[in-house]
Design a binder for this molecule. Sequence first.
Ligand code: NAP
Length: 172
Amino acid sequence: MILSHIVAAAKNGVIGKDNQLPWHIPEDLKFFREKTKGRALIMGRKTFESVGHPLPDRLNVVVTRNPDFKQRHESPDSKTPVHVVSSLKEAIDYCSEQVHRYGEEVFIIGGGEIFRESMNIVDLIYLTRIHRDYPGDITYPDVDPLKFEEIERRDRSEPTEFSFLTYSRKDL
Ligand SMILES: NC(=O)c1ccc[n+]([C@@H]2O[C@H](COP(=O)([O-])OP(=O)(O)OC[C@H]3O[C@@H](n4cnc5c(N)ncnc54)[C@H](OP(=O)(O)O)[C@@H]3O)[C@@H](O)[C@H]2O)c1
């Protein structure tokens, strides 16, 4: 199993404001859709609620400490399955049992709390870096150059300057 982050962050690290994305970059949304289609996704409860619905054609694994959340939101619906777990470890264990169905690469899609908790265990980071600061209340941690190397970069300019960056964990 390969564990990956997929995230868009401003120059100052901001990834969210008032439980929403602070920008609208259609090409990044397309990148996210294409990269994660058919895959298993792990997300924090706040990110799940901010998206507002399960992401279709993907396994949605939602992490929460609230036991009531499970009854209200868990769904085995085959097009938009939602599985609720009570820890990140449980999420990863569950996804590792589903690789035959959703593929070897499992995506952690946020938000800030879940990214921070998994920074030390991810193999790959797909980081869309927007080259300007945004105001916001949730940030993505700095990618440590001692632990990760940039293996791909594509610079874009519409509707604002940004880059699709891929980082791989260095073999220690
Ligand atoms: N730019 C991007 O790429 C991107 C991607 C995703 C999200 N975002 C933004 O990020 C923001 C949301 O991030 P956030 O940090 O506020 O919240 P989050 O990480 O999405 O969710 C946090 C919640 O997840 C649950 N949780 C976290 N760690 C847990 C653990 N170890 N065990 C059990 N449950 C755990 C808790 O849920 P309970 O409180 O229910 O227990 C916690 O309140 C939004 O603004 C969103 O728009 C941005």
